[in-house]
Design a protein around this ligand. Structure first.
Ligand SMILES: Cc1ncc(COP(=O)(O)O)c(C=O)c1O
Length: 479
């Protein structure tokens, strides 16, 4: 939520126009109108304002779902009025949430989840508003567990730290700042654009509450080597006795790797992995407003963080930052699970991966770009300009593409490689081959036109839309 300060004056007005003709009335823009208004007029005023928003289907900046089937939209509309926290009043919505957790625990190979009886499945989990809330919950659990271990050993619990790559999404900076944990950000180096095993282990000490590995970096779509990080932490424990749990931020990859890379071991198959988060509203293919957090077992989630709400005459454990929250997104997640199944998710994401790899390769073929990633992990890639391009910047290209409606973010790359300026493309369901061809044709036209400039017109100050990738702006580093 943007943090707004009141602006405008009560007399600053908004024109109300009839279908044909001139302004007939004015309503205040920044103050509550005195009287009521016809609902059609109110709807029209708001809708007209929203025309200035970008076109969601042409938004290659966001990881978040921009299209769902009409049946899903209908289902969501039918439960807009359901509050997820009212487990007693909407027990079937609560049941559906619980089924989604079971489905995810199997998808992420929680201990016992593959056996026939659900009683063997040790995982616990919950829905959230997105991966950011899930990250706060997982981070809190890591911190509480560390404190408990330290207290039990008669050690102080001040100055905890969390180790992660400098490429983490801004939600982890938030976690560190809001919960007073030192963020130990491992800087990128040379062509290493994310965390690896040795660099992660080297930052850990007895005050480390956990390491965060990312399955699908926000900056460039690459998977961090989770198994290698886990092995390095196993080795650290063997050498020093320091036992550091691993959390996997699988915001995007948690819904991609199980379908496209089943042989990749990144999840609860690794005993070191204590918890995982993912965004249902990214490659889970649900409209914005749902994420998931799962812990490998009850020990990984301290009981004192769990609150109970009433449910069918008994009570139900909950773990959340919000109290009230819409139920529609959770229902839509379950709809997608039923509608697509394993094969459907595989087919949808395979198509996105093929489009992403084709577009990345085609951009390189123009000679104007060097691909830093190729869209073959998340269907997301980042390109920088080839060394001999000096007439324009990635910011010029992003602005030129915007003239045609394309939203392609440009930003300085990860900390310590801010000398690289990149464009990032997120391919999602709905970015068809045809749209990809239209984008490529527009890029061709844009680079021909921009190539006639004498020099770049825009620099990094134009890195204006970056979806959590450009996370240093205005942040105060600690530690
Ligand atoms: C790796 C990663 N973690 C966390 C987040 C935050 O996710 P959400 O928008 O669901 O809160 C993102 C968002 O892009 C992300 O890419």
């Amino acid at each position: 939520m943007a943090l707004h300060q009141p602006h405008g004056t009560p007399t600053d007005t908004l024109a109300v126009n009839p279908r044909y003709g001139r302004t007939v009335a004015a309503v205040p823009r920044h103050a509550l109108p005195e009287g009521e208004m016809n609902p059609v007029a109110a709807q029209r005023i708001v809708q007209d304002e929203l025309l200035l928003d970008g076109n969601a289907r042409l938004n290659l900046a966001t990881f978040v779902t921009t299209w769902m089937e009409p049946e899903a939209a209908e289902l969501m509309a039918s439960c807009f009025d359901k509050n997820m926290i009212d487990k007693d009043e909407y027990p079937q919505t609560a049941e559906i949430e619980s089924r989604c957790v079971s489905i995810l625990s199997r998808l992420w190979n929680a201990p016992g989840s593959a056996t026939a009886t659900e009683a063997d499945d040790t995982a616990v989990g919950c829905s959230t508003t997105g991966s950011s809330e899930a990250a706060m919950l997982a981070g809190m659990a890591l911190k509480r567990r560390w404190e408990a271990r330290r207290r039990a050993a008669g050690q102080p619990t001040d100055r905890p730290n969390i180790v992660m790559g400098a490429n983490v999404q801004v939600c982890w900076d938030k976690f560190a700042r809001y919960w007073d944990v030192e963020p130990r950000l491992v800087p990128m180096e040379g062509e290493r654009f994310h965390l690896d095993g040795p660099t992660a282990a080297a930052q850990c000490d007895e005050r480390t509450i956990g390491v965060v590995g990312i399955l699908g970096s926000t900056f460039d779509g690459s998977y961090e080597p989770i198994a290698e990080i886990a092995a390095a932490l196993d080795d650290l424990q063997e050498r020093t006795g320091i036992d550091v749990p691993l959390h996997v931020d699988a915001a995007s990859g948690g819904f991609v790797a199980p379908f496209l890379d089943p042989e990749l071991v990144w999840d609860f198959r690794l005993p070191r992995v204590a918890s995982i988060n993912a965004s249902g509203h990214k490659y889970g293919l649900v409209y914005p407003g749902v994420g998931w957090a799962l812990w490998r077992d009850k020990d990984a989630l301290p009981e004192d963080l769990v609150f109970r709400v009433s449910y069918l005459g008994g009570d139900m454990p909950t773990f959340a930052l919000n109290f009230s929250r819409p139920g529609a997104q959770v229902v839509a997640q379950y709809f997608n699970f039923l509608r697509l199944g394993h094969e459907g998710y595989r087919r949808v994401h395979q198509a996105s991966r093929e489009t992403a790899t084709r577009v990345a390769a085609s951009l390189e073929e123009t000679g104007a770009f060097r691909a830093l990633t190729h869209g073959d992990e998340l269907p997301v890639f980042a390109v920088t300009l080839a060394d001999d391009v000096d007439a324009f910047s990635v910011y010029d290209l992003s602005a030129t593409l915007r003239e045609r409606g394309w939203l392609v973010p440009a930003y300085p790359f990860v900390e310590a490689r801010e000398d690289l300026h990149v464009l990032r493309v997120v391919v999602r369901n709905g970015f068809s081959d045809d749209l990809a061809d239209l984008l490529l044709a527009d890029v061709d036209r844009a680079i021909a036109r921009l190539g006639r400039q004498r020099e770049p017109l825009r620099g990094a100050e134009h890195a204006d839309f970056s979806h959590g990738a450009h996370r240093r702006k205005g942040t105060v580093r600690t530690g």
